[in-house]
Each structure stands twice: as C-alpha cells, then as structure tokens.
Design a protein around this ligand. Structure first.
Ligand SMILES: [Cu+2]
Length: 88
C-alpha cells in the first residue's frame, strides 16, 4: 500500500502522512509543501493557514513570522498529521 504524502521535494522538508513527521524551521522562513500524489491539503489545526485541496504537483507556501509549534492535518484525510516547529 502506498501512503500518499505531502512533502517538499527534498529530504529535509515537511512531510504529512499517516505517520506524521515533525519539521523544524526558523522565524521568517517560508515552508513549501508539494503534493507528491493524490489530492490533499495542508491545514493548520489552529487556522493559521489552509492550502485547500491541491492535486499532484501543486505547491503551497507559508511564511512563519512567529515562533511556536504548529500542528496540521490533511483536511481530506484527517489521519494524515504532522507539525512544524518554528524556532525564534
Ligand atoms: Cu490527504
């Protein structure tokens, strides 16, 4: 079974999957998600951002201007969870 993932196309990017990965970045950085397969969203649990539905190859970016921990899900597949931790 192939688990669809949302990830930037590098090894160090954020990934959202059934397993979930933490991702660490710094204030002022722009995080970029690219859909590798299927249709997914990257949706902040606390309404900080919402990509809405994206198809394969689509890209969403968000710039973090405050430190904190930001959990997010795929709104289409709520079992897909991950988080971004922004360090000051
Ligand atoms: Cu999904």
């Amino acid at each position: 079974m192939v688990i669809p993932t949302v990830a930037i196309p590098t090894d160090i990017g954020p990934q959202i999957s059934a397993v979930g990965y933490p991702y660490f970045t710094r204030v002022g950085d722009t995080v970029r998600w690219t859909v590798n397969s299927g249709i997914h969203t990257t949706t902040s649990n606390t309404a900080v951002w919402d990509s809405r539905a994206m198809a394969t190859g689509e890209v969403f970016t968000f710039t973090f201007d405050q430190a904190g921990s930001y959990p997010y899900i795929c709104a289409i597949h709520p079992g897909m969870q991950a988080s971004v931790t922004v360090e000051g």
